[in-house]
Design a protein around this ligand. Sequence first.
Ligand SMILES: *Cc1c(COP(=O)(O)O)cnc(C)c1O
Length: 471
Amino acid sequence: MSTDSKQKTALLKNLPAVHEILDRPRLKQAQADQSLPRWALRQAVQIVLERQRTEIIKGERADVQPFDHLESDILKETEKLLLPSLRSVINATGVLLHTNLGRAPLAKEALDAILETAKGYSNLEFNLDTGKRGLRYQHVEALLCEITGAEAALVVNNNAAAVFLALRALAKGKEVIVSRGELVEIGGSFRIPDILRESDAELVEVGTTNRVHVKDYEQAIRSSSGLLLKVHPSNYRVIGFYKEVELEELVALGRRFSLPVMHDLGSGCMLDPQQFNLQGEPSVKEALESGVDLVTFSGDKLLGGPQAGIMLGRERLLHKIQGHPLNRIMRIDKLTLAALEATLHLYRDSYLPLKNVPALAMLTAKQETIRKRAQRLAGKLKKILPSSFQIGLQSTVARTGGGSMPQEAIPGTAVRVRSTSYSAATILARLRLASPPVIARIEKDEVILDVRTMQKGEEPLLCGAFKETFV
Ligand SMILES: *Cc1c(COP(=O)(O)O)cnc(C)c1O
């Protein structure tokens, strides 16, 4: 045996046993007063010992750490084991409706409603006037109709479900006419052709990738046609030699041939998009005013509420969809419903959504406000971080994300961080593992922190994450 492997064997032998470590005073105390669960402590000890073993075998460790150090490692590891898998992160990406980060943060009113509904029983499907069974959808139907001017409304689990259910209930076994330029894929698992196939409707493509005319739709209409579908291309744009058919024209065509017209809006912008200086995003009201028979959209995109699929339109159609057996499979959950009702309530006032719906408040925050916030954050980071870090400001653009307005850039100011000790990729990776995790992006080997998507009160948490990681 070489001296090297002799030494390794000695080191491995020296490693304490699990029960020995658990008997050390700090860990023993934690077990005695039950401040930390025994299963977590045990697992943490095993993890830390295993790490030591690997390091010794790889020759990365010349001595076994004193017990004390092991103990603090174990306590840290125990805390990690006790963290939930799903937890809050700081979104410093500048993407407002970041699908991977849970899209829209909820308004306080929505949070309160969730808590209130979750803590006990509710009249979810119980009519308090008659004492008989009620329908869960009714808690938001009148409100949705009041805000948007729709004839009827129905809500399901998400917009993908809404589109699928509507097609299945209204066009099963029939042909659905769609422009080729609107056969989009949204976020990997939602593709219009696949949804049509799964709903047992037959896809009839019309037009070309970049241009479609109303006569293309008209020529495709046959006795087996069931529906005219328009889809908001959401996450991409064709620019240049491009033509789509306006909703009004499609509605007129549908009327002539007694075919329902459905529009998958994607994002449900309930306010006038002009209010945000954002072009190219249709509002729900506008779509309904065109006379379209059915619109569908998400609850957690520009509406700024919980994940939900909202359907608005003709009562006759929505009645049919509501009664479809698959509706039961896609039904909206009571906590979502509570959050949705509370969010929609804000829309009864014209100014409240911009103030109280976080996604809209972030979207419309003034450049000057964003610049001041970035300045303040940069100042704090400068104070905390060692001199190997350089902190500065730079102009940046935020995006709405979530498949709305892909080309719309929202100007603002970001904090940029670089270090002579760490690459930008390393800083980014370490921030992801901090508590709370901070999600940011890299530009030109600098870490960019966009304050527009940070919530009130997150600045000290972000500073804490930097401190914990780099100081
Ligand atoms: C986002 C989007 C969907 C899917 O909505 P979810 O609420 O995520 O299920 C469907 N269609 C369009 C056009 C979209 O933009």
